[in-house]
Ligand binder design. Structure first.
Ligand code: SF4
Ligand code: SF4
Length: 113
């Protein structure tokens, strides 16, 4: 199981959550952040600090948010635009740096600002 970042993060991306994550498993796209589901240890620290309540435990997701659980898997396990292959399990966001691109789902969402 893992925590999941939903649509409320899109175009906010203040990165408060990344400061709290003890295993550095929250990765930065262009318009949204993504939790690596296999690296997440389910501690809940990120959920408590998100100013827009974008983060949920995957067992608590409402059906409308489940698409972001599937989307997180796609972000890490399918090649993103401009990437030579899937990100997989990079082992830490600090080492990888910002990914700079989003999943197709997020990239096509209307901009809110
Ligand atoms: S704290 Fe919330 S809004 Fe800020 S980057 Fe993390 S998930 Fe997105
Ligand atoms: S639940 Fe814990 S381990 Fe998982 S992303 Fe949030 S802070 Fe990181």
């Amino acid at each position: 199981m893992a925590y999941v970042i939903g649509a409320a993060c899109v175009d906010v991306t203040d990165r408060s959550c990344t400061e709290e994550c003890p295993v550095d498993c929250i990765y930065t796209g262009e318009r949204k952040l993504y939790i690596q589901p296999e690296e997440c240890i389910d501690c809940g620290a990120c959920e408590r600090v998100c100013p827009v309540d974008a983060i949920s435990w995957d067992r608590d997701l409402e059906s409308a948010a489940e698409v972001h659980l599937t989307d997180a898997h796609r972000f890490f396990y399918e090649p993103l635009p401009g990437q030579p292959g899937p990100l997989g399990e990079p082992g830490g966001s600090a080492g990888l740096g910002p990914v700079g691109v989003d999943s197709d789902l997020v990239a096509t969402l209307p901009r809110t600002s």
